[in-house]
Design a protein around this ligand. Structure first.
Ligand SMILES: [Zn+2]
Length: 293
């Protein structure tokens, strides 16, 4: 699933070719993409408008159009935006036509990706505030901020990091990588870390996201850049998807277990397990299906 670094990678590639252009037509091939808004209604709101800015908040890509109309695109599991892709590209859901003759295609095999509208700056702020917490690359994520967000929470710190209403943009990959870098077990209670641990975790969330961004994102589930190039961060994972491999720091075998339904990876020497906590092992994958990711 694309997380903050993957969405930001897309934004950085697309901003120079979209900003200042006019969106001449939007062809929603799959009405589920913008449901409950009808494709015709969405088209009427955005067509002909100039794209003033392509921004991002959490995992949302925000097309800021003239007259304060915002189109909020979420890639969810397998969505991607391809610039000037082949017209026969598979799993196309939406085609965006620009006034310079170029086209953008939203392709999404699993069809969970969405397009939503916000009309007016207040509607946009309300939309984002209801869904997203602190922006980790915005400079406001530090130890005291993390401690305040986690206060009183007994939930596993990994699940806490995945909650977009607390910290926006962190998903399964970057939560595992940040916790490993911080030496914190994913099952530790979110509200019970030390001040030093909150400070370290705030740093490692940013470090892990920036490392992902520097590598052009991680390619899992066929994530591609708008030009079809694949990101390379999956080759730099320290623990994620490295079950059975030795930890780079201490040599202990990396273990996989389940936290909040998500496949989770850790080195239990570098990340000591909290007293009394038990690991839930993933069920053996059935033929043709993978286990929790
Ligand atoms: Zn280790």
């Amino acid at each position: 699933m694309p997380e903050l670094p993957e969405v930001e990678t897309i934004r950085r590639r697309l901003a120079p070719v979209l900003e200042g252009r006019r969106l001449t037509a939007i062809d929603v091939l799959d009405p589920r993409w913008c449901s409950p808004i009808a494709p015709g209604e969405l088209a009427a709101a955005v067509e002909g408008r100039r794209i003033e800015r392509l921004s991002r908040r959490g995992k949302y890509l925000i097309w800021e159009l003239e007259d304060d109309i915002a189109l909020l695109v979420h890639l969810r599991m397998t969505g991607t935006l391809l610039y000037d892709a082949d017209a026969g590209e598979s799993h196309q859901r939406v085609v965006f036509a620009l006034d310079d003759g170029h086209e953008l295609r939203f392709c999404d095999p699993r069809r969970f990706g969405t397009g939503e509208l916000a009309i007016g700056p207040q509607a946009l702020a309300a939309f984002l505030d209801a869904r997203l917490g602190i922006e980790p690359l915005g400079g406001a994520l530090d130890g005291p901020a993390l401690r305040a967000l986690a206060a009183g929470r007994r939930t596993a710190v990994k699940s806490f990091l995945l909650d977009q209403r607390r910290v926006a943009g962190v998903g399964n990959i970057y939560a595992d990588e940040a916790l490993y870098r911080a030496g914190i077990h994913p099952l530790r209670a979110a509200g019970r870390l030390t001040g030093a641990q909150y400070a370290r975790l705030a740093e490692t969330v940013v470090e892990a996201l920036e490392a992902g961004l520097a590598a052009g994102g991680a390619t899992i589930d066929d994530f591609r850049h708008p030009d079809g190039v694949y990101g390379g961060f999956q080759h730099e994972f320290l623990v994620h998807r490295r079950e059975g491999e030795p930890c780079d720091a201490c040599g202990r075998e990396i273990v996989k277990f389940v936290v909040g339904g998500r496949g989770t990876y850790a080195c239990e020497r570098c990340q000591p397990r909290p007293r009394g906590a038990r690991l839930v092992r993933p069920r053996a994958p059935r033929a043709g299906r993978s286990g929790p990711r």
